[in-house]
Design a protein around this ligand. Structure first.
Ligand SMILES: CC(C)(COP(=O)(O)OP(=O)(O)OC[C@H]1O[C@@H](n2cnc3c(N)ncnc32)[C@H](O)[C@@H]1OP(=O)(O)O)[C@@H](O)C(=O)NCCC(=O)NCCS
Length: 410
């Protein structure tokens, strides 16, 4: 059995080297070593080649998303990340070994849920991750019209992004968003890495800029963005890449987007990936002109089914027994009663009562954040209703009044 060993900062060079094997990069390892690193030491693990001790073959890490919104509550969630196996060792079971270790670490740390962004969507379903949030990215034409909103009480500042001047307001406003799955950068080092000028963030765009929305002198929202200047055959053809938006009120969202679509010498505005119910969709006069691209956002794994189901709230009264299968973490398998009143602490227990709904833990992960419904999964043949009415009742209860999304790729 291959051992999964903890990796410390002394192994950073080996980690970056393996990373560039998994994710090919034109930038030499030595140069990447100088970049600010978000790697969470104490939560980074690897596998060494058994026949060449000291040679790193694979590694992974997980971020401590301590205070992540889930429907009606906030929970500590593990954010699986930096998963990589050197091509020489791939398809020999190293990922599977690392996933077993990750789940054991989650249970030790009291993290009942693990979430991730998948490099390729085919990889993680086999480990019990369900697609729990979808995202949409738009390419807006310059001058895209928005329906009117009263923005009289807010003003904007547009500035070079400066970590010392803006880091705290970004952390505060981003952390205040109440949307399931909306994870924040967990450490100052991580925040600095995300907001840095490393080539993978900057590309051939300008340095990071920020639009700060203020009310009575207080920052109440922001957009981070970068532009690229270009001339096309027909004249200016610049692009605006909007990196992240925190805008929790209509006036803030309206002022952000009306400014983003109105920079001189630009023709296209790329949005960050948005929740499927982002207010921008309803503000736009012509959604059809925005070239939407839909994609998977968060993959969700209930590592401890009982604790995960007890850790969120339910949108309406529910009293349903789930028969759960889980080949990877058999301790989760069996019958679970979920009984709750609307928005109250639920009762989640093992039960001998007959099951009302049968499903795999993957599907339970998919519905956990409230953006994918049990009815939708049943229509796809992935969930079976055994008691009439149980599916609709549970589907309504598991729903969220806001669609889940993570605003950045981790
Ligand atoms: C994806 C990656 C981590 C898989 O690691 P690995 O050690 O080869 O995976 P394992 O050998 O443990 O495979 C476990 C199972 O997943 C399957 N699998 C793994 N990666 C897969 C992929 N990219 N496509 C399809 N199936 C895949 C394997 O076939 C195997 O299936 P089985 O259990 O039915 O036999 C590795 O190939 C890699 O590092 N790729 C490049 C970087 C990357 O994409 N990382 C993921 C970031 S989210």
């Amino acid at each position: 059995m291959t051992d999964v060993v903890p990796l410390g900062p002394d192994r950073l060079r080996d980690i970056i080297d393996v990373d560039t094997w998994g994710f090919p990069s034109a930038i030499p390892v030595d140069e990447q070593l100088d970049w600010p690193s978000p790697l969470p030491w104490g939560r980074t693990y690897g596998i060494e080649d058994p026949s060449q001790p000291g040679r790193l073959a694979a590694f992974h890490a997980s971020y401590a998303f301590a205070n992540t919104p889930v429907p009606g509550a906030r929970l500590p969630i593990a954010g699986l990340t930096w998963v990589c196996v050197h091509p020489q060792y791939r398809r020999q079971g190293m990922l599977r070994t690392m996933m077993d270790a990750h789940f054991a670490h989650c249970l030790d740390r009291g993290e009942a849920v693990s979430m991730l962004y998948a490099a390729e969507p085919i990889i993680y379903g086999r480990f019990g991750y369900g697609l729990g949030a979808r995202q949409v990215q738009l390419t807006l034409p310059r001058g895209a019209a928005l329906r009117p909103v009263d923005t009289a009480d807010v003003t904007v500042r547009i500035e070079h992004f400066d970590f010392e001047a803006h880091g705290a307001l970004v952390a505060r406003l981003h952390g205040a968003v109440e949307r399931p799955g909306w994870v924040t950068r967990p450490t100052d080092a991580h925040q600095r890495s995300f907001l840095s000028e490393v080539p993978m963030r900057k590309g051939d765009f300008e340095t990071l800029r920020i639009l700060v929305v203020e009310r009575d002198g207080d920052a109440v929202g922001y957009a981070l963005f970068r532009r690229k200047f270009a001339w096309g055959v027909g004249g200016p053809a610049g692009i605006v890449r909007v990196v992240e938006v925190a805008a929790e009120e209509p006036a803030i969202a309206h002022v952000v987007w009306s400014r983003m679509v109105d920079f001189d010498l630009t023709t296209e505005i790329l949005t960050p990936h948005l929740a499927v119910d982002d207010p921008l969709f309803s503000m736009l006069v012509d959604y059809r002109a925005t070239k939407p691209v839909a994609q998977d956002n968060l993959w969700v794994r209930l590592v401890d089914v009982g604790a995960a189901l007890a850790g969120r709230r339910y949108r309406s009264d529910v009293d349903v027994v789930f028969e759960v299968t889980d080949e990877v973490i058999p301790a989760n398998a069996g019958r679970w009663l979920v009984r709750a009143m609307e928005d109250q602490e639920p009762e989640v227990t093992r039960t001998d009562r007959l099951a009302d709904i049968e499903l795999d833990v993957r599907e339970l992960g998919a519905v956990y954040l409230g953006g994918i419904s049990l009815v939708e999964l049943a229509a796809a043949g992935l969930v079976t209703e055994l008691t009439d009415g149980a599916l609709v009742q549970a589907s309504l209860a598991f729903g969220s009044h806001r669609a889940p999304v993570a605003s950045w790729v981790f």
